[in-house]
Design a protein around this ligand. Sequence first.
Ligand SMILES: *[C@@H]1O[C@H](CO)[C@@H](O)[C@H](O)[C@H]1NC(C)=O
Ligand SMILES: *[C@@H]1O[C@H](CO)[C@@H](O)[C@H](O)[C@H]1NC(C)=O
Ligand SMILES: *[C@@H]1O[C@H](CO)[C@@H](O)[C@H](O)[C@H]1NC(C)=O
Length: 793
Amino acid sequence: MAISSNLPLLPAALFLLLLPTSSVLATERERKTFIVRVRPDAKPSIFPTHQHWYESSLTSLLSSHDSTAATTTTPPPPPSLLLHTYSTVFHGFSAQLTVSQAHALHSFPGILAVIPEQVRQLHTTRSPQFLGLKTSDSAGLLKESDFGSDLVIAVIDTGIWPERKSFDDRDLGPVPPKWKGACVPGRDFLATSCNRKLIGARYFSNGYEATNGKMNETTEYRSPRDSDGHGTHTASIAAGRYVFPASTLGYARGVAAGMAPKARLAAYKVCWNSGCYDSDILAAFDAAVADGVDVISLSVGGVVVPYYLDAIAIGAFGAWEAGVFVSASAGNGGPGGLTVTNVAPWVTTVAAGTIDRDFPAEVKLGNGKVIPGTSLYGGPALAPHKLYPLIYAGSEGSDGYSSSLCLENSLDPKAVEGKLVLCDRGINSRASKGEVVKKAGGIGMILANGVFDGEGLVADCHVLPATAVGASSGDEIRKYILSESKKSSATATATIMFRGTRLNVSPAPVVASFSARGPNPETPEILKPDLIAPGLNILAAWPDGVGPSGLPSDKRRTEFNILSGTSMACPHVSGLAALLKAAHPEWSPAAIRSALMTTAYTVDNRGETMLDESSGNSSTVMDYGAGHVHPQKAMDPGLVFDLTTYDYVDFLCNSNYTVKNIQAITRKKADCSGAKRAGHIGNLNYPSLSVVFQQYGRHKMSTHFIRTVTNVGDANSVYKAAVTPAVGTSVTVQPDKLTFRRAGQKLNFLVRVEAEAVKLSPGSSSLKSGSLVWSDGKHSVRSPIVVTMQQPL
Ligand SMILES: *[C@@H]1O[C@H](CO)[C@@H](O)[C@H](O)[C@H]1NC(C)=O
Ligand SMILES: *[C@@H]1O[C@H](CO)[C@@H](O)[C@H](O)[C@H]1NC(C)=O
Ligand SMILES: *[C@@H]1O[C@H](CO)[C@@H](O)[C@H](O)[C@H]1NC(C)=O
């Protein structure tokens, strides 16, 4: 470090010293984290490493800042100015800078991008901002053979509880020789906490602590150990061992197993008490790829921004280039449209569906009416055949009742004592509302969805007898309480009947209410989410330090817990991807995704189009993408739509990104001249086809897609195209027969889509979908064709 700031004539130091003083005015002293993309070949040779170069550059930048503001008191710079340096999926560093410093840095040679950090959140429905839902679980695709045991799945999350049986290494062979990772010790976590199952563990907190100050080590571990539960849960969904018997508070009894029970796990902890910081997430991507993982599972997300400003998209691109499959949760912002996140086309974006298991807990009202609900409450039941007084904690106003959120200290024990309380969802978490009712002396809780939550129900491990009901049921119960209160004699009464675990539920799967929906806000020509997987009421491993409700006051301890969210759907696909890679080591991440998408199904166990839990209506491609994953079929898809880095660069060119923006994502120099000639954004060789037509008073619109399929089935095979056009469109495929002579052979085809204008008011749009299926009599290779008509304003 001796060669840092005392070499002012070095080119790197020089350009940083040439800051225009006006851009470092001491007006905004507040520092934020920025991620800086550097052209690696711009490093002056005098610096032995990129780290030396970055440190020196930052020292110069910050000291020049300080000298212009010599009269104000500036806190001393932190010991290392760098939060992280990146060298595998990304070249550059992260640091805390003022906005003007970041701005100044932007225009220097060698600096390709200065990206403001985003804070990401976990995609479970435990977080109160998310909506609730149902169940699903599909364990043990393959018997527990050695299958998949050479594959390593990285889980970028809240860390891991290594002592769980799900992470036992019995009967596993030695760690794969390619593994270069480490088991980084820290508080309550030893270098020996890893084993032949959990082969690596690291934690990244510099970004978190730069923004929040030092972490409070009484509430979280400065180590890979999981103080939240989310990371332990997602890791065991992806690759937990068979554990029998498994259950939570007696619910969902059976065998718990991850999708790839013999795959190895590596935990990368990036999520802390206040969220997951981009600078740390990117460091985890960098480390995971350098360590030699095969799959990265990421169940966190934030707001959608252009890919060149999105640290997750950038990290995932670098992983893709290294042949690593990245799956990410779609988010829990549903059921509204345009809510899908993690939409980069090199990421597999996973939405959530239910499974055929649920946990009914009905409400019986004093008037005899029985209302469906769901719960994982596991304590003493309410007295049988007894009805309890039922109250709504909202106050009565001119237009009925105000809402009753059951916030901390909001309930009057005199009014609540010995009663059932109806609470509304919102603001505080579902389980904490139960805690509030319990503290006030209430005997139980009925938790009603708000209008935005719709009819989707999430089961929770409540701390008192409680159940969740849909929005319309909430209305009905409120009406009942109101009408009873108008009578002089009667008072409202109710009870909750807990029914335990119900199996073989039909219909299933159903798209979970909370599951985030398309269209893709960044690139509507790429259908997102890509597919759905189980994400409602999923049983998986749980740490010791946290009760199943997640409340700090909850002292119950369970080996397993049941959670809901696209967070739980994503690791199902991560585990499946590992199995596919084990079966087909030569497949690229795009081939793996293609296999999952083209074999996905869109009908439920009644044989009808999957329903949307939020409305009870049929769901659409915007909810499920290509459909629900079908593990066995994905093993043998027949054909795949493959992709190369060049295809993605063409895609970015056709997205009209500048060459500099593209270089923030790809590490190669981009040349867009060829791509522009090659066509439009929808020509990315994606397994789904999506077009957005602007009507502009036209009667007929048309476009074409060029696609290339690779034969991964039998050497000699003939595929024929079958088209189901969307209503009001015509679709032709040329050629409509593909004759393959060998495995690995690629053939092209062209799909022309013509659509007639529809009546739309300005600014509105309509969505239609159909499909193209290539079939050789043995395989069906299905691509959705999505046609969106938009009437410009
Ligand atoms: C850390 O958290 C504990 C438990 O919540 C709290 O009592 C303590 O005051 C916190 N310490 C700091 C330094 O904030
Ligand atoms: C469900 O479908 C019916 C009939 O098409 C429609 O009227 C209704 O608005 C739909 N409900 C929702 C919530 O979309
Ligand atoms: C890119 O720019 C061209 C020319 O202005 C335009 O036709 C095309 O629609 C743009 N593409 C996107 C994805 O914005």
